[in-house]
Write a protein that binds this ligand. Structure first.
Ligand code: KDG
Ligand code: MG
Length: 403
């Protein structure tokens, strides 16, 4: 069997997604998510101009060899654009391998290690009462774990909080990025009161997660971790900017609050210190941005040696193809922790027909051969790409801060 065609489709059914479609001489089709939120066309171009021509004529069964060929063959290492492009190829080849075998991908990865994948949803509120209502809705749906984000008083916009009824929380702007506002001192006083209110209303049976979104200094993050200890968070995420691995030594020295990081990191080498020094508890790297199933599996195996569990990024900007791939891997690894599940906006389901299921807080990838996601190119064509930027964040004095 040979690869006969590889093409990228960029579509916007609710938000932008880039999808790699790989076809074989046996008439099989594999898909991979190539979406890098706000920089979609960079990956599409990398694939179209530099990778797709190398795929045609190759044996799709040689997944690891293709990974090494694309990674080492580029000479230039890592980075979100290259690693997302390689991830898309890797995921599409696993899809094809599953379809060839007539088996779901999780069976090819060693089979299920659990019955379902615990996922967490995103509760948010423009104030604490609204957040409490939002948490109640998730619990009603059966979620066992909920991320809690509330608007910080005095800030025009807060990460993770929608701006109005029925609005999405992640504003995207076509022309210039929207600007948020931030002051760490205000946030540090406010965050423990949010946890206190949620624990008071719902008790300790539900897992609570929180995303700091890269905004604190190491010692501020240490203070937050200590302040939240009585409320026993499942984790605090991205407490400091992820690229500084040694910052986590400072946080770790001061608090027993579990730490998660890694959604912006793209390789095993970016988390090597974090894992081997046991500086984190959960690693947030994703199938979509970290070189695909093959590479993330190795990264999880490293984590297994050091007691670090998975907690993969699964925001709505990762397409249903990436979500399915994540669920297949999550189901198999021994050190699974939790999986983020934000869902996808309408009309994404018209373009991506997925067979994964949600029951009582747990997801399953389904048993269709391959990944179990059908990509409808005719439907995709109805939703053309829309240029969009992620927001930029500023402190109250105007200084650009991490978003
Ligand atoms: O594209 C950026 C989003 O995926 C990110 O802001 C979402 O932090 C995020 C999360 O934890 O889901
Ligand atoms: Mg995050």
């Amino acid at each position: 069997m040979k690869i006969t065609d590889a093409r990228v489709v960029v579509t916007s059914p609710g938000r932008n997604y880039a999808t790699l479609v790989v076809e074989t001489s046996d008439g099989l089709v594999g898909v991979g998510d190539a979406t890098l939120n706000g920089r979609e066309l960079a990956v599409a171009t990398y694939l179209r101009d530099h990778v797709c021509p190398l795929l045609v004529g190759r044996d799709p069964a040689r997944i690891e060899d293709t990974w090494q060929y694309l990674y080492k063959g580029a000479y230039w290492r890592r980075g979100p654009v290259a690693m997302t492009a390689i991830a898309a190829v890797d995921t599409a080849l696993w899809d094809i391998k599953g379809k060839t075998a007539g088996l779901p991908v999780y069976e090819l990865l060693g089979g299920a290690s659990r019955d379902g994948v615990m996922v967490y949803g995103h509760a948010d509120g423009r104030d604490v009462p609204e957040l409490l209502d939002s948490v109640a809705e998730y619990l009603q749906l059966g979620y066992k774990a909920v991320r809690i984000q509330a608007a910080v008083p005095g800030m025009a916009k807060t990460y993770g909080v929608s701006t109005g009824d029925g609005q999405v929380y992640e504003p995207a702007n076509a022309h210039l990025p929207e600007e948020g506002s931030w002051e760490s001192s205000t946030y540090l006083d406010f965050a423990p009161t949010v946890f206190e209110a949620v624990r008071e209303r719902f008790g300790f049976a539900v897992h609570l997660l929180h995303d700091v979104h890269h905004r604190l200094t190491p010692i501020e993050a240490a203070r937050l971790g200590k302040a939240l200890e009585p409320y026993r968070p499942f984790w605090i995420e991205d407490a400091t900017p992820a690229e500084d691995q040694s910052a986590f030594r400072v946080i770790r020295a001061h608090t027993t609050t579990p730490l998660a990081v890694g959604e912006v990191l793209t390789s095993i080498w970016d988390v090597q210190t974090l894992i081997t020094e046991r500086l984190i508890d959960y690693v947030r790297t994703s199938v979509a941005h970290t070189g695909g199933i093959s590479h993330l599996r190795k990264l999880y195996a490293l984590g297994e040696l050091y007691g670090v569990r998975s907690g993969a990024h699964g925001a709505g900007d990762l397409s249903p193809v990436a979500h399915a791939a994540a669920l297949h891997l999550d189901l198999t690894i021994p050190n699974f922790g939790i999986q983020e599940y934000m869902g996808h906006r309408d009309p994404a389901a018209e373009v991506f027909r997925s067979s994964y299921t949600f029951t009582d807080g747990y997801m399953h990838p389904g048993n269709a051969p391959g990944l179990g996601v059908e990509f409808d190119e005719a439907a995709a064509a109805r939703f053309p790409y829309q240029p969009r930027y992620l927001p930029v964040n500023r402190r109250l004095d105007g200084t650009v801060h991490d978003w």
